[in-house]
Design a protein around this ligand. Structure first.
Ligand SMILES: [Zn+2]
Length: 114
């Protein structure tokens, strides 16, 4: 959590920022001419309460991942959490995702067994 000045610093360093009270996938980003924009490219109106706020944080896609990580199962090959949409299957060792690299590892293991 940080104050507005820090949030501006983050924006200038190409980070996206948000506040915990915002909807999960909402954030500010810095547009052309250093204007503050919502993610969709609409200029944001900066309110005084936002300038005073001390709960700014960096928005990262990672953050969303983290929220779900606990209740998600990790791929036995890449060790990344498996989303329901990239779940590829399960073998004796555990579950694996649908990434090419993981499927190649799976295929190699199956070849060895033959
Ligand atoms: Zn994987």
């Amino acid at each position: 959590m940080a104050n507005f000045n820090q949030a501006i610093n983050w924006l200038r360093n190409n980070k996206k920022v948000r506040r915990p009270s915002w909807e999960e996938d909402s954030y500010w980003t810095l547009g052309k001419d250093e204007t503050i924009c919502w993610k969709i490219g609409i200029n944001a109106h900066v309110h005084l309460n936002q300038v005073k706020a001390k709960d700014w944080e960096i928005y990262e896609e990672e953050q969303l991942k983290k929220i779900n990580e606990d209740r998600r199962i990790k791929c036995i090959y890449c060790k990344q959490p498996i989303h329901i949409d990239n779940f590829a299957g399960v073998n004796k060792k555990g579950m694996f995702c649908g990434k090419t690299e993981c499927l190649i590892k799976l295929a190699k293991e199956l070849e060895i067994k033959k």
